[in-house]
Design a protein around this ligand. Structure first.
Ligand code: FA5
Length: 330
């Protein structure tokens, strides 16, 4: 049987498959039920065990080679027919896509702040621990770090996925001299997950540093932006809060209705930039003051469109996304 296997292998190699007809002839000759390789397998079954052991492997190789030749012939045939494709033919119907609701709201927010003279700044999503925490008055082991538990890069604990857009404040103050007026939109990451908290979400940071900037300026800018987004009737409240990088600090909530019940949803944190943070960035706190804020884009989008679960933004459910299909970029 060893000789027959060798002979059949030579025949398989020599067989020229040039079109569909010769390909089918190849299959009938070698691989069909009555083909020579299949017949050889039938003979193989009747062999004593010691011969089976030595002939099983070469027989299987023969079958595999023949099958590959038959399959690759199909492939080369498909390739040659590709040249027949008419590239000038109009394509089939493609339904138009739509802008994701988070992008709609993000662009709207950027437009409002640009109208007030803020410029867009960016920073990396993979950030150093120093920019994300230490420079913002949160040295190692500071308890405020617990509120923003994050994803560390395993091989280097000094690198984190940024937990907020506030490190862009640091990068901007290190590279620009006051007056500074920027907004920094971007993705941020935390170990957080429920109906109003997502592990990946978007913030827009705001920073204004100049001579004589006061808390009144901060409130005025924030009042202006919520009225532009939600209209004059919006109900908002400021609550005193704590952030290590602002002093004093506050949070802003917007009133909304869930299941017929009025509630407050926190949309941003803010405050006057802490003098220590200015010093870290080489800015004299005796000469300059400033305010900063960080707002959650998902929360604003939820309030604007009455979305009750933050997870809908990431599910890619077309029934949800299509509702925003007619909106245009502002
Ligand atoms: C901060 O992130 C501060 N960096 C904000 C800040 C900037 C304060 C500048 C002072 C000066 P906070 O953790 O509260 O603060 O988050 C800010 C906003 O992000 C929240 O008000 C909320 O709207 C949104 N947010 C926070 N965590 C989540 C989350 N897991 N999912 C969705 N939105 C979130």
């Amino acid at each position: 049987m060893q000789d027959i296997i060798q002979q059949l292998q030579a025949e398989v190699d020599a067989f020229v498959i040039s079109d569909a007809a010769t390909r089918e002839a190849f299959r009938l000759t070698f691989l069909s039920k009555k083909g020579s390789i299949s017949v050889l397998f039938d003979d193989f079954k009747a062999l004593p065990p010691d011969q089976k052991r030595s002939l099983g492997a070469p027989l299987n190789v023969l079958k595999k080679n023949a099958e590959e030749k038959w399959n690759s012939a199909e492939f080369s045939q498909a390739k040659s027919s590709a040249s027949d494709i008419d590239l000038s033919r109009p394509s089939g119907f493609m339904p138009p896509g739509s802008i994701h609701p988070l992008n709609l709201v993000k662009h709207e927010l950027i437009g409002v702040f640009q109208g007030l003279g803020f410029e867009v700044a960016t920073g990396p999503e993979i950030e150093t621990d120093w920019h994300n925490f230490t420079a913002l008055n949160m040295p190692e082991d500071h308890p405020a770090r617990d509120m923003q538990d994050t994803f560390f890069v395993q091989t280097d604990p000094a690198i984190v996925l940024r937990t907020h857009t506030s490190p862009v404040q640091i990068r901007t103050m290190l590279s620009q001299k006051p007056p500074i007026r920027i907004i920094a939109p971007g993705r941020v990451y935390r170990c957080d997950s429920d109906a109003t908290h997502s592990p990946i979400f978007h913030q827009i940071e705001g920073l204004y540093i100049d001579k004589k900037v006061s808390f009144a300026d901060l409130k005025q800018v924030l009042y202006y932006f919520v009225k532009e987004i939600f209209g004059d009737d919006v109900n908002i409240r400021f609550r005193p809060s704590f952030f290590p990088f602002t002093e004093p600090s506050a949070e802003m909530d917007i009133e909304w209705v869930k299941n017929g019940e009025k509630r407050w949803m926190e949309i941003l944190g803010c405050g006057m930039v802490d003098p220590n943070v200015l010093l870290h960035c080489g800015i004299d706190p005796e000469e300059y003051t400033g305010f900063a804020f960080g707002l959650g884009v998902e929360r604003i989008c939820m309030l604007k469109y009455g979305i009750s679960d933050i997870r809908l933004f990431l599910e890619n459910d077309l029934r949800f996304l299509r509702q925003f299909a007619t909106e245009k970029l502002v």
